[in-house]
Design a protein around this ligand. Sequence first.
Ligand code: ZN
Length: 322
Amino acid sequence: MLRHICSGLFLRMFILLAVAIVIAAWPDSVGRQGFLPKRRVVMKKIIRKPETTLSALQPKKRTHHIRLKPLIVIQHQPDSKAEDAPPLIQQYVVGESNERRPIECLVFGEGEDGILVMATIHGDEIAGTLLVRQLERHLRAHPKLLAGRRVMLLPVVNPDGRERNSRYNANGVDLNRNFKTVNRQNSRRHGFFALSEPETRAIVRAIRQCDPNRVITLHQPLACIDYDGPGRDLAQHIATCCNLPVRKLGAMPGSLGSYAGIELGIPTITLELPGEVERLGPRYLWDQYGNALIASVMYPTFVDVVCVQDKKSDYNGFWGGP
Ligand SMILES: [Zn+2]
């Protein structure tokens, strides 16, 4: 009888002791180590694995890594040493508008010095497109200008607005207020969030692809040369070659100037042509402003031209800004 009681008591004590040891050894969720530290180390290793993938996904401000597939390589003369050899010209589509219109892009040359020229971000400011087309012809005819340079041309970055003759895109958004900047303001006209519009994203893609040393964007009708970021010298350089004065208009919220000029630190010129000047035709535009565009490409080398002395802007104000 006594032997029976003792063995039952011993069994109960053994079970209680075993349970106490398991509880003490098991690590809990608030970080108590217990007796099993090796288990925690193994778990940490498993958690660390995805970190490299996450860092690879972080966007970079200026990068060559995005490569666009060329639609057409029009000419390719990589081995030619002749000064008048045809330049390398590549044609791309950098994106599509809301209404699926392609946003076209031409790249001339392969040099280190990148220059990005774009027009008609406001769809009713079409003189810039005519000028960019003239610049395209000039670069084809004068390949010497491309020595050491790479010129990217975006003739129409707001094709839906161009189609409607409207400042805005098909969603009614001002693309020059839609970039991701510190001074951006969310609204229907500026987009409810940064880069909400496919056209703006296409421009950002073009900037990453080109990695430019300077950006020239053509607008109307303020008749002046505005700049953002470290662009003052470039603005003055361009002003020696046309009758437009340098005028600091201030950084507009969410604008290309705020994004490329101030946030990325790329000298960014807003070349404001006079209003309705497109009516005078592409030949007139090239006579008046062609040297300004060539100067922006050749900077800091001066263009050999007779500079215009009269630098008056007769424009007194415009509600929308550049
Ligand atoms: Zn404009």
